[in-house]
Structure formats: structure tokens, C-alpha cells
Write a protein that binds this ligand. Structure first.
Ligand SMILES: CCCCC/C=C/C(=O)SCCNC(=O)CCNC(=O)[C@H](O)C(C)(C)COP(=O)(O)OP(=O)(O)OC[C@H]1O[C@@H](n2cnc3c(N)ncnc32)[C@H](O)[C@@H]1OP(=O)(O)O
Length: 393
């Protein structure tokens, strides 16, 4: 089963052609190795290139392009593009420079080159996690505390604040710390034009490297712990929804004590489109909150709501014009933060305690269904489709 899926992921990703966005001169220095790459290694390498998180730069892209063409089509056999067709000329030059390099050698060189790329990006990303735990925040998650308010801000605006696995862990730590700090209320918000685009879909790319079921299991445990933290959070928790919200950032809103939204915000749960199913206790809270018909419109059919519609359905507490959103909301929150903290905690607890057990059970059930979904062809295809369209190479 695992092998079949691994193969499926790899083959599904080989779709978009390589595109080079600039055109530096090219010199090839690719060493061979004793190991011979077979077709499957090559396909795996092609997939890994599409999923690289960091742009490898144009020179590297040209090398990869040339080796790919040589490995799949043999020596350059197309007419040289005109002098003003700069990008295609650079690509042609790169391919042509490989002369009569045999296809097998090109394939091996491509695999080696991708391995060197993947290992250098892995080593640079390993530096962070330890330090982040101590700081309870990082570049992607900024935690500040003042005037009785702890603010947890998603800070990945170029990716629309999509949540990586590291960010899930950091949010868990930040919530645990906030539950014990001196603040009266805790706020979750986003930096930039989006509140959050939901789960970072490249969280699933690790699954490519094998042991699929184990990886999916660890993501499931992470999701369950993450949602549990919201269920158990003891202080007033407020969402300041500064822009569009997608996926898990929407479903979680049912666990907040107040949700303030800019009139620019939208609320979208495209689970069926992604071959997935609802999480964040929304399968239980949304029907209770807005009635089953309206909840199903969102959770099954993926209807995107405006802030006004979300407010009418009880998902949002109040909508503010975007131009005055930050000022109005923060003025309100500062006033709330001066209310007696113990009274607010006790009131929250008495409301939450009625349903806490049920919510934990719902969370466990949702995660278990999702765990199956993540292994389904529907989900795999949808995620690969997004990721391969996104790939810039
Ligand atoms: C622990 C596991 C939990 C699992 C449960 C969670 C489930 C969910 O949350 S499901 C929802 C997942 N999210 C999505 O499906 C949204 C995917 N993104 C989009 O549809 C669009 O990016 C957009 C509508 C959010 C924004 O579109 P647009 O304004 O056109 O901007 P771009 O598409 O160009 O996005 C800019 C940049 O950001 C990257 N990005 C955005 N969202 C995600 C994401 N969810 N995952 C990964 N990357 C994302 C996008 O790829 C662009 O990157 P570059 O191409 O590198 O610039």
C-alpha cells in the first residue's frame, strides 16, 4: 500500500514543464557517482525539484533544465532561438552545452544534483526548531505580550500565513505559555493581507520520502494536540481576522470566545475540493452554531462566506470596515483586557466545561477520519495538483 502510494505521488507530480525566469551564462560541473540512477530515482528527483521550498536560483535551474532535457530527449535537437528570445536561448545554450552526453549519464547527474540541493536545504532548515522552542516564537510566529494581551501573530505573509508543521508546534507552545502568563486575554491574528490560508499543503510533501503511514500518523497526532490546545485554553481567546481565512483557520474559529473580522475577510473551507474532511471540531460546532443546512454548505460544498455572511451565521462576532479595523478592534480589546481576569476565566470555563469531553471526542474522531483521507487518491491528487502548479521551475 505504502509503495503504491509513494509511486502515485511521484508520477502525479511530473506535469508542469520547467520554466526559467532569467538567463545567466551556464557552465556545467556535475559529477557522476558509482551508483546508477534508475528511472524511478529520476522521477523522484523530478518531483523533489518541483517541491523545493527555496528557489535554487537561475543558474541551478538552467543546469537542471539542461540535464532533464538531455535525460529525457537526448542531445539538443531543436533550432537555436533568436537572439532576442533571451530566456529560451539561455535554456537552449544550457542543453546544447551538454553535447552528446549519454541519456543515462544525464539522468544520473540530474539525480546527484537534486540530492545535493535537497541536502543543503535540509541542513539549513534544521537549525531553527530548538531555538524556537525556547523563544516560543520564530520568524513565522511572532508572540508579544503587553497591556494584559498576549498576541500570537502568524507572520508568513508571502505564503498567506499558511501553517507549517513547525508553526503548529510553535502555536501549541505559545498557547501553553499564554495560558500561564500574566495576560488577561489572548489574541490570534495574521500579518499581511491574509489572516491564514490554512494548512501549508507542503506539509504533506514529506510523505514522498516513504513510510507514508508513519508520517501521516505523526501529522494526525500533531493536529489532534493542536486542536486540543484550543479546546482546553483557559482564558478568553480572540481571533482578529484581518483578511481571508481558509481551512483550519476557519474551522478553529468555533473554539474562540470572540471573532472580530475585517469586512475584507472571507471564510472558506474547501475540504471536499482537497479530498479532505472537516477538523477543528467544526463538524460538531458549525451545525449547532448555524444550523445543519448552512454548516453543510460550508463543510461539504466549500461555500466561501463573506464576513457579513459569517457574522449572520454566528461564526463571526462583529465585522468592522477594513479602514478602521485595527484601531477599533484593539481599542475594544484593550478595554476587555482590563476586566477582572478571574471572572472571565471562570465564565469561560463554565461555558466550555459543559462540552469539553464531547469536543475532545469530536476532535479525535475528525482526526481519525482525516488520517484516512490523507491516504486517499482524492486528497493526494488535490494536494499534488496545488503543489505542482505552484512550483516555479
Ligand atoms: C496538521 C495538518 C492539518 C490538516 C488540516 C487542515 C486543513 C486545511 O487547512 S485545508 C486548506 C488548505 N489551504 C488551501 O487549500 C489554500 C491553498 N492556497 C490557495 O488556494 C491560494 O494560495 C490562496 C487562495 C490562499 C491565495 O491565492 P493568491 O492570492 O492567488 O496567492 P498565491 O496562490 O499566489 O499564494 C501566494 C503564495 O502562498 C503560497 N500558499 C498559499 N497558501 C498556501 C498553502 N495553504 N500551502 C502552501 N502554500 C500556500 C502559494 O503557493 C504562493 O507561493 P509562491 O508560489 O511560492 O509565491
Amino acid at each position: 500500500m505504502a509503495l503504491r502510494l509513494a509511486k502515485h505521488w511521484c508520477l502525479s507530480a511530473i506535469r508542469s514543464p520547467l520554466q526559467v525566469i532569467s538567463f545567466p551564462a551556464l557552465q556545467l560541473h556535475v559529477s557522476g557517482t558509482a551508483m546508477r540512477a534508475d528511472q524511478k530515482d529520476f522521477e523522484n528527483a523530478v518531483t523533489r525539484v518541483k517541491l523545493l521550498k527555496k528557489d535554487p536560483g537561475n543558474e541551478m535551474k538552467l543546469k537542471l533544465y539542461a540535464l532533464y532535457k538531455q535525460a529525457t530527449e537526448g542531445p539538443c535537437n531543436v533550432p537555436k532561438p533568436g537572439v532576442f528570445n533571451l530566456i529560451n536561448k539561455a535554456k537552449w545554450d544550457a542543453w546544447n552545452a551538454l553535447g552528446s552526453l549519454p541519456k543515462e549519464t544525464a539522468r544520473q547527474n540530474y539525480v546527484d544534483l537534486v540530492s545535493s540541493l535537497s541536502s543543503s536545504s535540509a541542513s539549513s532548515s534544521q537549525v531553527k526548531p530548538g531555538a524556537d522552542k525556547e523563544q516560543q516564537g520564530s520568524e513565522n510566529l511572532v508572540v508579544t505580550s503587553e497591556n494584559g494581551i498576549t498576541k500570537i501573530m502568524l507572520n508568513r505573509p508571502t505564503k498567506k500565513n499558511a501553517i507549517t508543521t513547525q508553526m503548529y508546534q510553535e502555536i501549541i507552545l505559545a498557547l501553553k505559555a499564554a495560558s500561564k502568563d500574566d495576560s488577561t486575554i489572548t489574541v490570534l491574528t495574521g500579518n499581511g493581507d491574509y489572516y491564514c490560508s490554512g494548512n501549508d499543503l507542503s506539509n504533506f510533501t514529506d510523505v514522498l520520502s516513504g513510510e507514508i503511514e508513519e508520517k501521516v500518523k505523526s501529522i494526525a497526532i500533531l493536529l489532534r494536540d493542536f486542536v486540543d490546545c484550543f479546546i482546553d485554553f483557559p482564558k478568553p481567546l480572540i481571533a482578529v481576522v484581518n483578511g481571508p481565512a481558509v481551512g483550519i483557520s476557519v474551522t478553529l474559529l468555533g473554539l474562540f470566545d470572540a471573532v472580530y473580522a475585517s469586512d475584507r475577510a472571507t471564510f472558506h473551507t474547501p475540504f471536499s475540493h482537497l479530498g479532505q474532511s472537516p477538523e477543528g471540531c467544526s463538524s460538531y460546532i458549525f451545525p449547532k452554531m448555524m444550523g445543519p443546512a448552512k454548516a453543510k454548505e460550508m463543510l461539504i460544498f466549500g461555500k466561501k462566506l463573506t464576513a457579513g455572511e459569517a457574522c449572520a451565521r454566528g461564526l463571526v462576532t462583529e465585522v468592522f470596515p477594513d479602514s478602521t479595523f485595527q484601531t477599533e478592534v484593539w481599542t475594544r480589546l484593550k478595554a476587555y483586557s482590563k476586566l477582572p481576569p478571574n471572572a472571565m476565566r471562570v465564565s469561560k470555563q463554565i461555558i466550555r466545561n459543559m462540552e469539553k469531553e464531547k469536543l475532545h471526542a469530536v476532535n479525535a474522531e475528525e482526526v481519525s477520519v482525516l488520517q484516512e483521507r490523507w491516504l486517499s487518491d482524492e486528497c493526494i491528487n488535490a494536494v499534488m495538483n496545488f503543489l505542482s502548479k505552484r512550483a516555479k521551475l
